[in-house]
Design a binder for this molecule. Structure first.
Ligand code: ATP
Ligand code: FE2
Length: 333
């Protein structure tokens, strides 16, 4: 069975994972946590370079495999922060060169989708991918793989984005809003906790077909913090944003008649969102599942797993590059 090492470095996490066939042997990650505010791409990149060696060593030790057993090195080529991506690419290239194995460029979003489908045992799901930077409704389809230059891939599987946010990701909506709450940790899990027992009041709701926008909701919810109880604003923000996601996903489900619905990405950890999606899926007689939390956060294992699926896309390490804006529907596995 083929062995693949995966390197993740798109944002705040430097991760190294190892897969042997369908079995995960290691998933070691080190997250950069800024003391204040958002992440600075170059400082995060320095962090990744600093911890690369130790995380790689830890992954090798955990996996108990010898270096000679490695067949592929995969790395997250995008989307993400340029300086961070370059550290991962450089480390992965050096490793591939040293081990004398091919290098597999992997799309970070595709990796969240693939590992989720693997662990939730889904063959052909409708996918809602919701994270800080991304909010997309996706289906996988053979034969529609489209490359960045627009050419259609003759072999392999591509992704079709049926709907998406037209401005910011839903995680970004929640995080920016959370910064106005005056809490120490501006994060979706904090908003989820604060929302418990809150009362609903209407906020801007914008769905166009299977697309949505969140900035109007963000502006209004932040403004309402001055005149409403914190708890009620958190609750209403969640109800509004998650209803928008559920409506758009339901439209895609009615159209595609898929029998499985998969939620993945950081925001998929929210219990209220999962509850809404599960209810909606049940009405359409579809099975709903959320990707395991370990794989909703950024991690190296999902890059290793997807690297094995995408091994036909392997390149010589000298041809490695990054694409900070690599869209999921431009990726082929
Ligand atoms: P990607 O590169 O895939 O876009 P990311 O780094 O932007 O990833 P993730 O690490 O996948 O994002 O997820 C982080 C996001 O998930 C943050 O916006 C965070 O607030 C949100 N999140 C995490 N837990 C919860 C929760 N319980 N409820 C709502 N949002 C959550
Ligand atoms: Fe991610």
């Amino acid at each position: 069975m083929a062995v693949c090492i995966g390197i993740e470095s798109t944002a705040h996490t430097l991760g190294v994972g190892i897969f042997k066939g369908e079995r995960m042997l290691a998933n070691e990650n080190d997250m950069y946590r800024p003391k204040k505010g958002g992440i600075h791409p170059r400082v995060a990149a320095d962090h990744h370079a600093e911890v690369f060696g130790s995380v790689l060593r830890a992954a090798f030790e955990k996996s108990k495999i010898a270096k000679g057993e490695v067949d592929f090195v995969a790395y997250a080529r995008g989307p993400g922060l340029g300086p961070c991506l370059k550290v991962g690419m450089a480390g992965a290239s050096a490793l591939a060169a040293k081990l004398g194995v091919p290098l597999v460029p992997v799309n970070h979003c595709a990796a969240h989708v693939e590992i989720g489908a693997h662990y939730c045992k889904m063959k052909d799901p409708l996918i809602l991918y919701v994270s800080g930077g991304n909010t997309q409704i996706v289906v996988r389809e053979a034969g529609i793989g489209r490359r960045e230059n627009g050419a259609v891939a003759r072999r392999g599987r591509g992704y079709h984005v049926m709907g998406e946010t037209l401005d910011i990701g839903v995680g970004n909506l929640i995080d920016v809003f959370a910064r106005s709450l005056g809490e120490e940790f501006a994060h979706g899990s904090v908003v989820e906790k604060l929302a418990t027992g809150g009362k609903y009041f209407p906020l801007p709701y914008t769905v166009k077909g299977m697309n949505m926008t969140f900035t109007g909701l963000l502006t209004e919810a932040t403004k309402q913090l001055g005149s409403h109880d914190k708890k009620d604003v958190c609750f209403s923000l969640q109800e509004t944003a998650f209803s928008m996601l559920t409506e758009a996903t339901e439209r895609a489900l009615a159209l595609t008649r898929k029998k499985e619905v998969l939620a993945c990405g950081g925001v998929a950890q929210n219990r209220r969102l999962a509850e809404m999606l599960a209810l909606m899926a049940r009405e359409h007689k579809a099975r709903f599942a959320t990707s395991p939390p370990e794989f909703n956060a950024d991690n190296g294992a999902m890059i290793a797993y997807t690297g094995l699926l995408a091994r036909r896309q392997a390149i010589d390490w000298r041809k490695a590059d990054v694409n900070p804006k690599w869209r999921l529907d431009e990726a082929v596995i």
